[in-house]
Design a protein around this ligand. Structure first.
Ligand code: ACO
Length: 345
């Protein structure tokens, strides 16, 4: 590993349509009170029919590129790698990243998808940073984008209350060890024994799509909420603690934790495990819900926009999701010239 991978641009994108808890409660057996109390979520954004994950990925990527251009003059020609974390690709085959690269006018760059559900963005950062450090690429656009509204059972209150559509992206460049924005290390893990906890059973090679609705609603996303809750707290806390030790922050700890935004009670529990105050745990799920691979970069963009995250902060990112998978990384937050807003009025 020669060069460091340094964050030099950030952007997020949300679809225009907002669905409040009350709007969900109009057609499902749920209530604003239940959703707020049990999850902390107040509203979420969803795409319109005809829109797809690449539309959000392109928009988030465009904003991250704008941020990087303002930062250090990054031009589209400088990007030689696009990594897209998503579990809701436009099509089962091929990957969505090449299409996103083409729509952003990035030429014939290397482009591939990563599938690690809610941990996808951390895995994508690790893959891109490793390729930068190895000299395989010089400047990467790393996007997390998902549209879970397209795979949720319309009648399932447990999942529809939680998920929203969204995307976030960063630009990584090669740099020097010690620079603000350097990704300082990674902790990544998985446990395939828990694969059934978070799954879409049908539509893959095990249970093939026949063109007819799958039996038992197997074409829809399903999650064992309570078990996932416990695993999320356990694995994000353990992964974060492992990384804190690895990057030498055991004494002072992180200033801010940007964890996968699934449930505010999970975020509080992780904060307690790490001995952090509420102010140190970034929360934006109240406005966007769980946006899966888009969650961490969207929370970063929100935290910068609202002043919760400032240059010089020791920031720890940690995610947990289907697979099961988990992962963490850390950086000193850099001064970014601009982070284009994705927040709709
Ligand atoms: N409105 C009203 N009642 C509901 C709703 C709803 N939206 N959802 C569930 N309930 C009901 C259940 O049916 C159940 O009723 P019952 O007791 O009559 O059976 C009751 O509320 C309690 O259900 P629990 O599942 O125990 O509720 P819990 O407090 O655990 O909250 C939730 C459920 C929000 C899903 C929570 O478990 C959670 O956040 N889990 C973790 C999600 C997560 O971390 N995901 C990250 C990974 S996801 C990925 O990788 C794609």
């Amino acid at each position: 590993m020669s060069d460091a991978a340094v964050v030099c641009g950030l952007g997020g994108a949300l679809p225009e349509t907002v669905v409040s808890n009350d709007e969900l409660a109009a057609t499902l057996d749920t209530s604003d009170e239940w959703i707020r109390t049990r999850t902390g979520i107040e509203r979420r954004h969803v795409i319109k029919p005809g829109e797809a994950t690449s539309d959000l990925a392109v928009e988030a990527g465009r904003r991250a590129l704008e941020s990087a251009r303002a930062q250090d003059g990054t031009a589209p020609d400088d990007i030689d790698l696009v990594v897209l974390a998503t579990s809701t690709p436009d099509h089962p085959c091929p990957a969505t990243a090449p299409l996103v690269a083409e729509r952003l006018g990035l030429g014939g760059v290397a482009a591939f998808d990563i599938s690690a559900v809610c941990t996808g963005f951390v895995y994508a950062l690790a893959a891109a940073a490793s390729m930068l450090s190895a000299g395989t690429a010089r400047r990467a656009l790393v996007i997390g984008a998902d549209t879970f509204s397209t795979i949720l059972d319309p009648c399932d209150r447990t999942t529809r209350a939680i998920f929203g559509d969204g995307a976030g992206a960063v630009v990584l460049r090669t740099g020097h060890a010690g620079e603000p924005g350097e990704l300082l290390g990674f902790d990544l893990g998985s446990d395939g024994a828990g694969a059934e906890m978070i799954t879409v059973r049908a539509g893959g090679s095990r249970q093939r799509s026949t063109g007819l609705a799958a039996p038992d609603g197997d074409q829809w996303f399903s999650m064992q909420g309570r078990a996932v809750f416990t695993e999320a707290v356990l694995n994000m806390s353990k992964s974060a603690q492992a990384l804190i030790g690895r990057v030498g922050w055991a004494g002072e700890g992180p200033d801010r934790v940007v964890a996968h935004q699934a449930n505010v009670r999970i975020l509080r529990a992780v904060g307690d495990q790490l001995g952090l105050s509420a102010e140190q745990i970034v929360v934006n799920l109240d406005r966007v819900g769980n946006t899966v691979a888009g969650s961490i970069p969207l929370a970063l963009a929100d935290a910068v926009a609202t002043g919760g995250l400032r240059p010089g902060h020791r920031v720890l990112l940690t995610g947990f999701g289907g697979g099961l998978t988990w992962g963490s990384t850390a950086l000193i937050w850099p001064e970014l010239a601009t982070v284009p807003t994705h927040i709709h009025a």
